[in-house]
Unconditional design. Structure first.
Length: 318
């Protein structure tokens, strides 16, 4: 099976399990026939870097097709260690940089509940930049901006304006929150919307492309509502496949559980040990697997290994 075929199968399998979300939030799936909104060549490029859906695709598709300038918005949690899950982000970034996208990195200190200094944010970004250059064997493009949402006065001013447009009942219903939700938590949607719309404020003539995942769908919905109220250009969004936990297919790699992930600075012996203990085969039991065969897209070993193997090796393993 060709590399293109298994990656298409992977996207289709994921989309099938998220069909309700695709319909509810108006996503453009990349797992089917060619879409009138996304030419096949561009859809294939996204699938190759692990993107399963787009939202509001027209602005970014036009920018990519016509080689127009565009801005990439990357939201990152402040961290001193990066893991293999970040490799999927790096691969998508590398592909978009090929088209000339300029990147704004905003560290989500607000949502993470941290008070990161400028020095800590700079150190975290420099570490990410280091891994980007090691993985891609390319220098990171020089056109980028880096900041923390807690220390960015323009974002705080924009958040104040956004707060005037949102009612609490709408936010509570959308996020499924109850009356025990803290005031601090209630501020997260408006700060995230401010971050997502910030590129449109400073570069109104460029398309904004937010690199996202399925856990950000509600943030995108709030941003759409705000953009229409404030008459700002709505961003396009990509939804990237998250690297599943080493423990099984129902969770993703997360810094909150060190057993779920492989750090980018783990040594060879540690990596080998973690992979040997990972959920493999995809079936609940060995007996089922012997009868039915493996399920590669539920297999933590395959999903983890596929991000570092060559395209040919991953296709053969599949």
């Amino acid at each position: 099976m060709s590399n293109k075929d298994w990656k298409l199968d992977r996207v289709r399998a994921f989309v099938e399990t998220r069909r309700q979300k695709v319909i509810q939030f108006g996503l453009t799936s990349l797992g089917g026939a060619s879409s009138e909104f996304v030419p096949n060549e561009i859809a294939e490029g996204f699938r190759q870097v692990g993107v399963w859906a787009l939202q509001n695709p027209t602005p970014i598709v036009n920018a990519l097709s016509q080689r127009k300038p565009f801005t990439i918005l990357v939201g990152m949690r402040p961290t001193k260690r990066f893991h293999w899950g970040h490799l999927t982000l790096i691969k998508e970034l590398e592909w978009l940089h090929f088209f000339g996208g300029e990147t704004i990195y905003i560290f989500a200190s607000y949502e993470a509940g941290t008070n990161n200094s400028d020095v800590e944010v700079y150190e975290a970004f420099e570490l990410f930049k280091h891994y980007y250059e090691v993985v891609t064997n390319k220098a990171m493009p020089p056109s980028f901006k880096v900041s923390s949402d807690k220390d960015h006065q323009d974002l705080r001013t924009m958040q104040d304006e956004i707060n005037k447009t949102l009612d609490v009942k709408y936010i509570m219903r959308l996020y499924g929150w109850d009356d025990k939700t803290t005031l601090s938590t209630l501020q997260i949607p408006s700060m995230t919307a401010a971050s997502f719309l910030y590129p449109a404020m400073i570069y109104p003539d460029k398309a904004t492309f937010v690199l996202s995942d399925i856990n950000q769908l509600t943030h995108a919905e709030v941003t759409k509502k705000v953009a229409r109220t404030l008459r700002l250009a709505e961003p396009s969004y990509s939804y990237r496949l998250l690297l599943q936990s080493l423990l099984g297919p129902n969770e993703r790699m997360s810094i909150k559980n060190s057993k779920s992930l492989i750090y980018l600075d783990d040594n060879k012996n540690t990596i080998t040990s973690k992979l040997e203990r990972s959920f493999s085969g995809g079936r609940p039991t060995l007996a089922e697997q012997k009868v039915l065969g493996g399920e590669p897209f539920r297999c933590s070993f395959f999903n983890t290994a596929s991000v570092v193997l060559s395209e040919q090796q991953a296709g053969e393993m599949y």
